[in-house]
Design a protein around this ligand. Sequence first.
Ligand code: ATP
Ligand code: MG
Length: 500
Amino acid sequence: MAEKGKFQAIKGVRDILPPESALWNRVEQTAREVFGTFGFAEIRLPIFEPTELFARAIGQETDVVAKEMYTFVDRPEKLEEPETIGKYGDFITSIFRKYQSGEIPRNGYNEFALLEMSKSWDRFKSLEHGKPVSHEEFDNVTRMLVLRHSLQLGPEVSLRPEATASVVRAYTEHGMQILPGNAKLYYIGPMFRHERPQKGRYRQFYQIGAEVLGASDAPGIDAEVIEMLMRLFERLKLKGAILNINSIGDKNCRPAYVEKLRAELNKVREQLGADSQRRIETNPLRVLDSKLEHEQAIIEKLPRIAEHLCDACRAHYDEVKRQLGLRGIAYQENWRLVRGLDYYMRTTFEITAPGLGSQNAVCGGGRYDGLVELLGGQATTKGIGFAIGTDRLILSLQEAGEGAVQSGFDVYLAWFGPAAQVAAIGLARRLRDAGFVVELPAVEMKFGKSLGLADRLKARHAVIMGDDELAAGVVTVKRLSDGTQQKLSEAELFSYLRAD
Ligand code: ATP
Ligand code: MG
């Protein structure tokens, strides 16, 4: 906080202000329109979900789950508090049961508190009635009460770091597999990750994403999803976008490749940085994603997944590329593109855009055929999707000069005198009904001041209404860019504004 009594937005989160917010609206509206033409419909998802949903979907070992999630313990549902010390035994028993069933978070913290509370309770219970209570016994009871208040009794929830897990949860929860064809869903909204804030990287950031879920994993689906993305970027006039694609195999061929990779990485372990060394054990594929300068030459010599795909994955990948060709979509193959979330398999893709420095990925996506089953849904359901980083997309558009938004008022309605105010209120209403953007001063101002404000607001026209105009049944219209001025009837004013 900068000064006493003043507030600032939390580190890594920001306000999106006008006129920039108009650009955000245009981008999101264009996405709705383009996705709509491909038969996608919007799904509105919760901002927070059980932590376990993300942990299972994204993977415990990923940076997102291990380091970046905003997780907290929610308040418990109604809980019977022990009214007296004598009721603590029953209380501890009931909490223990909830702990074992997973109703309250199974973490080291709760485990410790429950065990220690039980010990304190046993000791308290064995006290002989009628005897004076010693200091130690008093401390023992105090300890039990303090431990009670350190229990984390509510369920553990997290702000969503991404939305695919939620879409898949919703798909199964609402039985969407019985719908005809594939479920084609898109979402728009904020995501939360505790990362180091920098240009194009925030703790609250925004995504526009889409998912296709259904029984088919036809490569034509992958290609159409990518085509939809490229159409959106085209419509937004995003220049210099580059599509990178890869296939990372499936559960038949990837494990063998990962083992081979691990073996090779172990041979060069000493030359790698600490992060990569750790990933040899936890997630060797992620080493390929390393941006460290001195690791690049080493990585270039590692075995490539493309040479280890099984026949089915190879055929799928070849067909995705052919289908992209049918759609006239240019791509680069990038064998190091593995993506940061564990659920991806086969097709992965990423789109980079200029003007973003090292945060140059505006969109990431891929196929995740096992995810529905992993989250308790039907094993036969396949999925593919992408997420666009809206913040970065907007930055890139702005850097390229495509971010300009026409802002400002069509009409500044300057009125002078009480009778003119009445007429101005009526005219403002009719102009707004016709779709014009109108600024109507709330209080009367001197002529010069009022017209000065019209200029500073960058209004296109000032419409002037005073006693003279009222008497003549006209308004004075001044085009503020060049100062040309004319008197018009209301009907003429409307056609003039439409034509100008
Ligand atoms: P990066 O490698 O840049 O961290 P990621 O692989 O973590 O990206 P995904 O989880 O695939 O990203 O999310 C898809 C897109 O969301 C990214 O391509 C990026 O445009 C955007 N994105 C991800 N994290 C952030 C963030 N912290 N701030 C802004 N945009 C982000
Ligand atoms: Mg990331």
